[in-house]
Design a binder for this molecule. Structure first.
Ligand code: ATP
Ligand code: MG
Length: 359
């Protein structure tokens, strides 16, 4: 959204609060369609309190980790696209009558001033025009208005500059996920209603896409870090030990069944939060709306029973999102764990890497 110019191949850099993920893609046209290949991939953990609730607290640690992920994976391309999310990013769908570009820009500023709960001067505003859906009258333009607080943008841009990378654009997590979904699931993207739920550490991004048109975006303050905090208090076990158990590593002295019960409470709570988003979506229109498929991504999607929990709760088919489903990679070049064990962690980074790979 917030493009800073340039049109080169970029590296998608997902600065999550638990780990930094990078993906570099190469693209070429094949039989009219874009074909992607993974050129570079990398993953590096961050110290626990480096980023808290979407704010970078320990910039030096984040800068070092960005440098490390580039160095260790021999990523020489310095052109990056990053993304931001959380409550300092506002996405609103508005509908405006069809008009000339200049007039449109003025109307959008007016809409932004009236729709965004922060002073206009403190935000950067961008927009994109959605392709007309079946339900919109032809005369109207559906527009996605995106506003991000300038201090949030500065907070994230600074670490990229300090890591000596060239920031080419700043995206929003949910748009990156949408891009990754579009290129990897083209038939489903254009034909079904799908909810993508990216369950991270501090933030859970949700987006509902109806036949290629995004209908609802929501970032929930929900994720693995909250799970760990809650369970750590309930069982009187350290955060780090809970985190290990969350990742399936047994910890001596912590009974497995107690952990499972505590984890289940957190999962049920998370399902309840997602339900509110789904209810809001379903109540949004007079015609009946139904989600055909749920795709889970992010660190918590690694919890082995989660797809089943979602299926039971929502009575909707649920799968793990694979951002490399339709992307070629040379198995000899990369550690197989990226594509076999942890693909769902790379949804945002892959979506970011598709942004400007045109040569
Ligand atoms: N097997 C696993 N591998 C990695 N993370 C896991 C695993 N199992 C559970 N998790 C949890 O998932 C979370 C990390 O997910 P993810 O990498 O998607 O978050 P993030 O993008 O770094 O954070 P955010 O976007 O919320 O700032 C952590 O809380 C971690 O404890
Ligand atoms: Mg994330």
């Amino acid at each position: 959204m917030f493009g800073l110019g340039g049109d080169k191949e970029v590296v998608g850099l997902d600065i999550g609060s638990h780990a930094i993920k990078t993906v570099g893609l190469r693209s070429k046209k094949k039989e009219g369609a874009e074909q992607y290949e993974v050129k570079k991939i990398g993953y590096e953990f961050l110290p626990q309190d480096a980023i808290v609730e979407g704010t970078i607290i320990d910039s030096p640690a984040v800068v070092e980790t960005i440098k490390m992920v580039f160095d260790e994976n021999k990523i020489s391309n310095k052109n990056v696209v990053i993304s931001i999310s959380g409550n300092s990013v506002i996405i609103k769908k508005i509908s405006l009558p069809n008009m000339e570009t200049e007039e449109l820009a003025e109307s959008i500023i007016w809409e932004a001033k009236h729709n965004i709960p922060y002073p206009y001067e403190e935000t950067n505003v961008d927009y994109s025009i959605l392709k007309p859906s079946e339900s919109t009258k032809e005369k109207n333009l559906d527009i996605l208005l995106v506003a991000a607080k300038k201090d949030k943008i500065a907070n994230y841009s600074n670490v990229v500059h300090q890591a000596k990378k060239n920031l080419k654009a700043i995206e929003v997590d949910v748009f990156a996920l949408q891009n990754a979904f579009e290129i990897n699931y083209p038939e489903i993207y254009s034909g079904k209603t799908v909810a993508i739920i990216n369950l991270g550490s501090n933030i859970t991004n949700t987006v509902i896409i109806e036949k290629g048109t995004p209908q609802l975006f929501r970032d929930l303050s929900l994720g693995g870090a909250y799970f760990c905090e809650n369970i750590s208090k309930d069982l009187n076990v350290s955060f780090d030990d809970v985190e290990k158990m969350l990742k399936g590593i047994p910890v001596e002295g912590v009974p497995e069944d107690q952990f499972k019960n505590a984890l289940n409470l957190n999962i049920q709570n998370a399902l309840g939060e997602v339900e509110k988003t789904f209810d809001f979506y379903e109540a949004g229109e007079k015609s009946e709306r139904k989600i055909d498929l749920i795709l889970l991504s992010g660190g918590l999607s690694k919890l082995s029973n989660l797809p089943k929990d979602f299926e039971q709760k929502f009575n909707t088919k649920t799968e793990i999102f694979n951002p490399f489903r339709n992307i070629y990679y040379d198995e000899k070049k990369f550690d197989s764990m990226y594509f076999e064990e942890m693909p769902s962690l790379f949804g945002v980074a892959t979506g970011l890497a598709t942004r400007k790979v045109e040569k």
